[in-house]
Ligand binder design. Structure first.
Ligand code: TXA
Ligand code: MG
Length: 312
C-alpha cells in the first residue's frame, strides 16, 4: 500500500474524517508531534494501529477530544483534574483519570486499565479533524514504537514505508515535544511523563509534583530506551570523538545546534528533527552538549536520557 500525503485543507479534513469513520489510520498534526489517529471507540481500528506501530499491547493510548464536554463523558474529573483542564486545555496536557463505566473509549485503547488518558489538543487542524469526526481519536505519536517522534509529515512517511491511509501535512509541529502526562487521583497528581508544559507551570496548579516511581510501570513513556535513534547516544559532551556527530546547544555549536542562543523552547521544537538528521548521517555515535535541567530542559533531558539508555 502507498501513502497519500495531502496538505491540510477543508476537503482533506472531510476525507480524513471519512477514513477514520471506516476504521482507517490517518496521521494528523498536533501542536506537539504528529499523531497516528484511529477511532478510539473501535477495538478493531485500535488493534490495527498497535500492529502498524509495532507497539507492545500493554502501552495504553491517549484519547484526543475536542473539549472538556467530550472529556467528561469518558472520565471522572476530580476538582483538581477540572482545574488542570480549565488551565491547560486546549493544549499539550494529557490527564490520566478514572474511566467512566459508560465511557466510549474501548478497553484496548486503555490497555485494559481502569484509567483513560485524555487530551484536548490545540492544533487547529487536529481540532477540525476532531470536530468533523465527532468522537474521541486514539493517537499515539506517528512513529514506529521506540524510534524518535515525528515533528514533520516526512518523518511519518519514512517510518511507515508500508503505507498508511492518509497523512495530513500542516508543516512542522510548533512545540516538537510530546504532551506532559499527569495522573490525577482525587486531590493528588503524579507526573508520568515530563513534556511540553514545564513542571513549574503544572505545579502552580497541583502543588509539588512527585515523579512516578519506576517500580510501577504506570506509563510506558517511562520505558528506559524509548526515543532511540540508530546510533548510540552520549550525553553531556563538550566536543565530539572521532566518528561521532554532535548535537549542540547554546555556546557548544556541534554539527547541528538545538538552539544557538540557548533557548529551550527552540531546542524542544528542534530536538527530534535534529536527532533524525544526525542519525541519517550514519555516524558511529551521536554526542549531545549539556542542556540545562530547568523549564523545558527537564523534558528534553528526559527524552535524551532515554535515547542514550542501554538498548533492550
Ligand atoms: O503529545 C502527545 O502526547 C502525542 C500527540 C500525538 O498527542 N501523543 C503521544 O502519545 O505522545 P503516545 O501514545 O506516544 O504516548 C502516550 C503516553 C505513553 O507514555 C502512555 O504510556 C501514557 O501516555 N498513557 C496513556 N494512557 C495511560 C494510562 N491509562 N495510564 C498511564 N499512562 C498512560
Ligand atoms: Mg510516542
Amino acid at each position: 500500500m502507498s501513502t497519500r500525503l495531502v496538505l491540510a485543507a477543508l476537503a482533506s479534513i472531510q476525507e480524513a474524517a471519512a477514513i477514520l469513520r471506516t476504521g482507517g489510520l490517518v496521521a494528523v498534526p498536533t501542536e506537539t508531534v504528529y499523531g497516528l489517529a484511529v477511532d478510539a471507540r473501535s477495538a478493531s481500528a485500535v488493534a490495527r494501529l498497535y500492529a502498524r506501530k509495532h507497539r507492545p499491547q500493554f502501552n495504553p493510548l491517549i484519547a484526543h477530544v475536542l473539549d472538556l464536554d467530550a472529556a467528561v463523558r469518558e472520565a471522572i474529573f476530580s476538582p483538581l483534574a477540572l482545574a488542570l483542564a480549565q488551565q491547560f486545555w486546549p493544549g499539550p496536557l494529557t490527564l490520566v483519570l478514572p474511566r467512566r463505566p459508560d465511557g466510549t473509549v474501548c478497553d484496548l485503547a486503555c490497555a485494559g486499565l481502569e484509567t483513560v488518558a485524555l487530551r484536548a489538543p490545540a492544533h487547529p487542524v487536529m481540532r477540525e479533524v476532531l470536530a468533523a469526526f465527532g468522537g474521541p481519536l486514539a493517537a499515539p505519536s506517528a512513529n514506529r514504537s521506540g524510534t524518535v517522534s515525528p515533528t514533520q509529515a516526512l518523518h511519518v512517511l519514512s517510518d511507515f514505508p508500508e503505507g498508511i491511509d492518509l497523512v495530513l501535512d500542516a508543516g512542522p509541529t510548533p512545540l516538537g515535544l510530546e504532551s506532559s502526562v499527569l495522573a490525577v487521583s482525587g486531590p493528588s497528581a503524579t507526573l508520568l511523563r515530563p513534556g511540553a508544559i514545564p513542571r513549574a507551570a503544572l505545579e502552580a496548579v497541583t502543588g509539588p509534583l512527585a515523579h512516578a516511581t519506576t517500580a510501577t510501570l504506570q506509563s510506558p513513556g517511562q520505558l528506559a530506551s524509548h526515543y532511540a535513534p540508530r546510533a548510540p547516544v552520549r550525553l553531556g559532551a563538550l566536543s565530539s570523538r572521532p566518528g561521532e556527530v554532535m548535537l549542540g546547544f547554546g555556546g557548544v555549536a556541534g554539527d547541528i545546534s538545538l538552539s544557538p542562543s540557548g533557548d529551550l523552547s527552540e531546542a524542544a521544537a528542534n530536538l527530534f528533527g535534529a536527532l533524525r538528521a544526525l542519525d541519517a548521517r550514519a555516524p558511529s555515535g551521536i554526542c549531545v552538549a549539556p542542556i540545562p535541567e530547568h523549564g523545558l530542559g527537564e523534558a528534553i533531558n528526559d527524552r535524551l536520557r532515554r535515547a542514550a539508555a542501554p538498548r533492550p
